[in-house]
Design a protein around this ligand. Structure first.
Ligand code: SAM
Length: 206
């Protein structure tokens, strides 16, 4: 099975034999890839939606893995009884991700790919003492994705790091500079202007 660049980047962050939970799995492609490539065989895939879990089951069946990868219907960690080494939470919005992470016993490592508001995600993870160990910007099918790898560890990010993250992908910064320049022309929004200045300052250092 061949993963998209976004999903491959996520899968690459899982280490050999780690016990993995993929929350909001839908098609279950990352769990299947991890299993078939012998990265780990200890995998649980969950979803809040019955329909999505059916998708996952159908994918597992296609690869004869329906008895090898556990499927659980659950809102985030609510119905999850076991502990895991690493959680994958990808393809959801920031608020959903933060709700999932709220008030739970969490794994030491968390891989996050949020659809939006990365500032909020970084701020929340910082607050609950997770260190932004690595961050990747992936251009996949003409869309940028930010993949964050967190480890439970006390780290204070600066305000700049909360806004911009810790990656140094020049193309992504150029893309944002262009996008916000256009938006400012249209809206004259002062917050965007502040953000644009910060982006330009940071970009000039790379
Ligand atoms: C766009 S899909 C992403 C699928 C896959 N994780 C990926 O990255 O390609 C988002 C999935 O998250 C599920 N989801 C949304 N909120 C959830 C929650 N609180 N707990 C578990 N799954 C959730 C949805 O049902 C949906 O199947």
């Amino acid at each position: 099975m061949k993963l998209t660049k976004r999903m491959q980047t996520i899968a690459n962050l899982v280490n050999k034999n780690e016990k993995v939970i993929d929350i909001g799995t839908d098609h279950a492609y990352v769990p299947i890839y991890l299993y078939l490539n012998n990265i780990t065989h200890d995998i649980t895939a969950t979803d809040i939606s019955k329909k999505a879990l059916e998708n996952a089951y159908n994918s597992l069946k296609k690869y004869n893995l329906e008895n090898n990868i556990k499927l659980i219907l659950s809102d985030g960690f609510k119905d999850i009884k076991e502990n895991y080494d690493v959680a994958i939470i990808s393809g959801m919005g920031a608020h959903t991700i933060i709700n999932i992470l709220n008030n739970q016993i969490l794994p030491k490592k968390i891989i996050i790919e949020s659809n939006n508001d990365h500032y909020l995600v970084r701020k929340y993870l910082n607050k609950i003492n997770y260190k932004l160990e690595k961050e990747y910007v992936i251009l996949d099918n003409k869309k940028y994705y930010i993949i964050m790898y967190y480890i439970n560890y006390n780290e204070e990010l600066t305000e700049e790091e909360l806004i911009l993250g810790k990656h140094n992908n020049k193309e992504y910064f150029d893309y944002l500079i262009e996008k916000y320049s256009i938006l400012i022309e249209k809206t004259q929004n002062k917050e965007y202007l502040k953000y644009l200045k910060l982006l330009k300052k940071y970009r000039s250092r790379l």
